[in-house]
Design a protein around this ligand. Structure first.
Ligand code: DGT
Ligand code: CA
Ligand code: CA
Length: 584
């Protein structure tokens, strides 16, 4: 579909290309203004081209309308495509480096043929810019600084960082005179694994511009991007963009719904509304000219004939149909969690003793905790050989006798070796309460090899769960190649659970695979992979992934009491051993 937003991006790009050519200032500004207007409307491009409803589209004149029509019929417009033939997109990226600007970008492109940020960085390092007029030491060091900034703006941040920024911003905002309600929306409210930027909505009884000006006063290292009547954008502490939006009190629910997104959810919601003869916008739900909802989000969804949809579900993965049929899952909640399936102790690479971990877990209110240290092959993480493993088991028994009210499971995170065998023999595994199996080697192997290793490991009656299935480290290491749907089928067949690793840098399984696992009847185990007892709090990120994956209490083994959990663990062992015995 050729959408309004895509067209607006093309306009923006045309304006950039024109500025690179030293084009007419007023024309460039007119394009940017039009792009900005279109970026913020919900209207279909074809309707704008009809010139209907023109009052929303100040700044979209006859010239622009003809470009829109051209775009609608050909997918582009001539001015844009012709400009783009002469200048590669990478050059536009260079122009986005703070403080560089179109003139210098043009020199780099025309004189040295530099067409990407990476090329520019290399050219600086190799001294190609040294003799270029207008690129003295100061300029070059500004460019390097700018490249670093650009990386900050374009990287998505971890949810744990986003949470911290959002609470600091909210605290500051709530402290400003005249601010009433304030809340995070956007991907952070949906609890997405990473955030592109942070969206904050608020209501107030003073002009928003004054509130924004108060807000940015005295910010450390502040970087104000824009300061408008209703919206302000800035970079918080040099790390992430924050958008503040002033919302009218009686439009709060509609705005919260709109700015929580996702965009895909919103598009589908609007279509659903249209079928019912209604119109949804960030201002409310309307029948004809009459507003029928908008003050609360519940009201917005209910007025469209559906259940309230939790933000975590709003990814257009079937939640609208389920809400209309009143068939939404009853999502697992942090309060349902009774234990953690993946915690390291001093025995391998953790920092705390078994007793310290057990007490910390008890303080959280858990009924049990599984201490899973690394196995013998993982030498760099101080993996345990059989002897030390038996010492650990003894110590767990001692601590268990000393601390009442919490069951400590003697677990291990056992390496899946290159040939798919496990890192301890069966007679050792048999002595453990809880085994999570994990791939820590051969990350670059092809998909069938890695998938095969994991499938072989799952066929062991001792393997409770597979840890961090894809091995990704967000912003640091790509996932290794693994056929997740196949693993899910095998997990269902063998009664093996799959881990949702709650470490904010992992969050692995991804939520959509958690959803698929649930649909196939696989249980999920949320493990924080803690190496310090302070990390136990990461459980909430794992629960968010579970909720985004539509999981209910019964789908997550962490919601079992200690007794039920031990029964569950015994079941796989008994079942698979019986099958193996039957075959023999
Ligand atoms: P992010 O920031 O990339 O992690 O993802 P979001 O979902 O927070 O996206 P963002 O910050 O661009 O916008 C916040 C929400 O506002 C988004 O989820 C839906 C809504 N929204 C913003 N701009 C548009 C738009 O042009 N069209 C539609 N349909 N929704 C939009
Ligand atoms: Ca956002
Ligand atoms: Ca935003």
């Amino acid at each position: 579909m050729r959408g309004t937003r895509e067209f607006a991006l093309y306009l923006e790009e045309t304006a950039d290309l024109l500025s690179l050519k030293d084009g007419n200032f007023f024309r460039i500004r007119a394009y940017r203004d039009a792009a900005n207007t279109l970026m913020h409307t919900e209207e279909e491009l074809s309707r704008i081209a009809e010139g209907e409803d023109g009052r929303h589209f100040e700044g979209i004149g006859a010239g622009m309308i003809s470009k829109i029509r051209e775009y609608l019929s050909t997918g582009d417009f001539r001015e844009h495509s012709e400009l783009l033939e002469k200048v590669p997109r990478g050059v536009l990226e260079i122009m986005r480096i703070p403080k560089l600007g179109p003139k210098k970008t043009r020199v780099l492109f025309e004189k040295l043929g530099i067409t990407s940020v990476e090329e520019l960085r290399k050219s600086i390092e190799s001294g190609r810019l040294d003799s270029l007029a207008g690129f003295g030491d100061k300029t070059v060091s500004n460019i390097l600084e700018g490249i670093k900034q650009l990386e900050i703006y374009s990287a998505r941040i971890l949810i744990s960082e986003a949470d911290e920024i959002a609470s600091a911003v909210l605290e500051r905002l709530r402290g400003i005179r005249g601010v009433k309600k304030a809340q995070a929306a956007g991907s952070l409210r949906r609890r997405k694994e990473t955030e592109g930027d942070i969206d904050i909505l608020y209501t107030g009884k003073r002009p928003a511009r004054e509130i924004h000006e108060d807000f940015i006063k005295g910010l450390k290292k502040k970087e104000v991007i824009s300061l408008g009547e209703k919206k302000a954008s800035f970079i918080w502490e040099g790390s992430c963009q924050v958008d503040l939006r002033y919302i009218e009190e009686d439009e709060w629910g509609a705005a919260l719904q709109y700015f929580t997104g996702s965009k895909e959810h919103n598009v589908a919601l609007r279509k659903h509304a249209v079928r019912k003869g209604l119109k949804v916008s960030e201002y409310g739900v309307f029948r004809g000219g009459r507003k029928i909802a908008g003050k609360t989000e519940e009201e917005v969804y209910n007025s469209l004939g559906m259940q309230y949809i939790h933000p975590e579900l709003r990814e257009n993965m079937g939640e609208l149909a389920a809400a209309a049929a009143e068939e939404l899952p009853e999502l697992v909640a942090p309060g349902d969690i009774k234990g953690d399936t993946h915690v390291h102790s001093l025995y391998s690479d953790g920092t705390d003793s078994i007793e310290e971990i057990a007490r910390a877990a008890k303080d959280i209110g858990y009924e049990w905790i599984a201490i899973c240290d690394h196995s013998v092959s993982l030498v760099i993480a101080n993996g345990l050989d059989e002897k030390r493993l038996m010492e650990k088991k003894k110590e767990i028994e001692r601590v268990r006798a000393n601390i009442r009210g919490i069951d400590i499971l003697c677990g291990q995170e056992v390496d899946i070796r290159k040939d798919g065998t496990l890192d301890y023999p069966d007679d050792v595994l048999e002595k453990l309460d809880f085994v999570i199996a994990a791939v820590h080697t051969g990350f670059t192997d092809p998909e069938d090899i890695i998938t095969g290793r994991i499938i072989k490991a799952m066929s062991s009656p001792y393997v409770t769960a597979v840890a961090h299935l894809t091995g990704r480290l967000i912003n640091e290491r790509e996932p290794y190649a693994v056929d997740v749907p196949r693993i899910i089928d095998e997990a269902a067949r063998t009664g093996t659970a799959l881990e949702i690793n709650a470490n904010p840098q992992r969050l692995d399984l991804y939520y959509y695979y958690a959803k698929l696992a649930r649909e196939k009847g696989v249980r999920l185990a949320i493990g924080t992979d803690s190496h310090h007892r302070g990390d136990l709090g990461a459980m909430k990120y794992g629960v968010s992934v579970a909720r985004r994956g539509w999981l209910e209490k019964k789908d997550v083994i962490n919601t079992m009491g200690a007794g039920a959990l031990r029964k569950f663990l015994a079941k796989k062992r008994a079942g698979l051993k019986e099958k193996a015995g039957g075959r023999a």
